[in-house]
Design a protein around this ligand. Structure first.
Ligand SMILES: Nc1ncnc2c1ncn2[C@@H]1O[C@H](COP(=O)(O)OP(=O)(O)OP(=O)(O)O)[C@@H](O)[C@H]1O
Ligand SMILES: [Mg+2]
Length: 391
């Protein structure tokens, strides 16, 4: 496998310069057209040396183009002599270094440096790619108790798992008085407390051993069954568990206690979506406003917040506009109030599974669609309109 390719139209140079670097084992081509044909066939190429007799303009055009097409490839430009204006133009085009064609040592060092840089770039591009594969973390919370966090978190998780085509983990971060086990009727045999002893060395197998499967595509990590144990779940352990779980699932949904604990903060730091729950009563509105102000301070991106207005149809004399004004944020999803919700909670089956066409279930699925990037036709129109206006 050869990482290098040397382009030189002049046959004599090809052999003299080529022999200087024979120990590198590089490929030699005679012009840029040949190089164009060579690169797709040799995708491992990391370095192109452009010979001294290749036309400067052609070399610059080629480099500018490759910089976009194959950003991993470094280009070194060899010239008979070094001229300052050539240097400047070369740098602008993205050539990594310009060297005298007979400066064997200089070329050797520059080539090694460029290869190192390309390899480092390749690693960071690959890990950026892995990140794109990693689970989206969605944290559901509210500053106050009883707003419907656990109802929303369990239903959102169930809605996202669909027919089992997505892998979803529901994590109960209400570590002292978690309700997920009850709401899903799961036996509390395995929980976050079993992960405490794994602190610092959580891996996939370890995490699987503390997770409770719920239905195809959906697992839960339950809160400890005794409140005292919840205190031993450190912020670091939460981060570690989420980092490992990220590689195993498509979505991780976090249910939280009615307070911003240390553990909640570590989850918020890793979150892709922030889902505050508001209900139409003044104490809740106030607490949500404070939370949203905290988000601004922590610089959690605004376009990643999906405010859920729960019990939206409750007649208390507050309009949607009043609520938006009070919390200082747009309401993304309205969930109606319905006595079927406590019924589903008592039965231990999320309403989206029990009654998929119920208005509450439809709202939960809209929230799931927002988290998975599906836009409603209304939003699509709005975006297109905004795009049209910018042009
Ligand atoms: N849309 C709704 N319509 C009717 N009842 C609802 C609705 N959403 C939640 N509830 C009821 O409100 C109660 C509190 O809901 P939930 O347990 O989800 O709140 P929470 O925010 O998780 O509370 P906590 O802070 O105690 O964990 C439950 O009894 C639930 O059935
Ligand atoms: Mg709860």
């Amino acid at each position: 496998m050869t990482f290098y390719v040397y382009v030189e139209p002049d046959a004599e140079r090809r052999s003299t310069v080529g022999s200087l670097y024979a120990d590198y084992g590089f490929d030699v081509v005679s012009d840029l057209d040949d190089l164009d044909a060579h690169l797709p066939r040799n995708p491992e190429t990391l370095l192109v040396m452009i010979g001294a007799t290749v036309d400067l303009e052609a070399a610059l055009t080629f480099t500018s183009y490759q910089r976009v097409q194959r950003p991993l490839i470094g280009v070194l430009l060899l010239r008979r002599t070094l001229e300052p204006d050539v240097l400047a133009r070369a740098m602008r085009a993205g050539i990594r270094e310009v060297l005298e064609e007979l400066d064997a040592e200089g070329i050797r060092v520059a080539a090694a440096r460029s290869i190192d840089l390309s390899k480092a770039l390749s690693t960071s591009m690959r890990s950026a790619g892995d990140q794109a594969q990693a689970a989206k973390i969605i944290t559901v919370f509210a500053g106050k108790g009883g707003c419907g966090k656990s109802v929303v978190a369990t239903n959102l998780a169930a809605a996202l798992s669909g027919d089992g085509n997505r892998r979803v983990l529901l994590v109960d971060l209400a570590l002292q008085f978690g309700d997920v086990a009850i709401m899903l009727q799961l036996p509390p045999n395995r929980s976050f407390s079993d992960a405490i002893s794994m602190g610092g060395k959580v891996d996939e197998a370890g995490l699987r051993s503390v997770i409770t499967p719920y239905r195809p595509g959906m697992d839960a990590l339950l809160a400890p069954s005794s409140p005292a144990e919840g205190e031993h779940v450190s912020r670091e352990l939460v981060t570690e568990v989420l980092e490992v779980a990220r590689g195993m699932y498509d979505y991780i949904i976090l249910d939280t206690p009615p307070a911003v604990t240390d553990q909640v903060l570590s989850a918020l730091d890793l979150s892709d979506w922030f889902v505050p729950i508001v209900t139409p009563d003044l104490p809740t509105l106030k607490s949500v406003r404070l939370t949203i102000e905290m988000f601004d301070l922590l610089e959690y991106p605004r376009d990643r917040r999906l405010v859920v207005f729960n019990r939206a149809n409750t007649e208390v004399g507050l309009t949607t506009e009043d609520v938006e004004e009070a919390v200082g944020a747009h309401l993304s999803v309205h969930v109606p109030s319905s006595r079927d919700v406590p019924v589903s909670v008592n039965r231990g089956v999320p309403i989206v599974l029990q009654d998929p066409t119920h208005p509450v279930s439809l709202a939960m699925r809209r929230l799931a669609d927002r988290c998975s990037g599906v836009m409603s036709s209304q939003e699509t129109r709005r975006k297109l309109f905004a795009f049209g206006r910018r042009r």
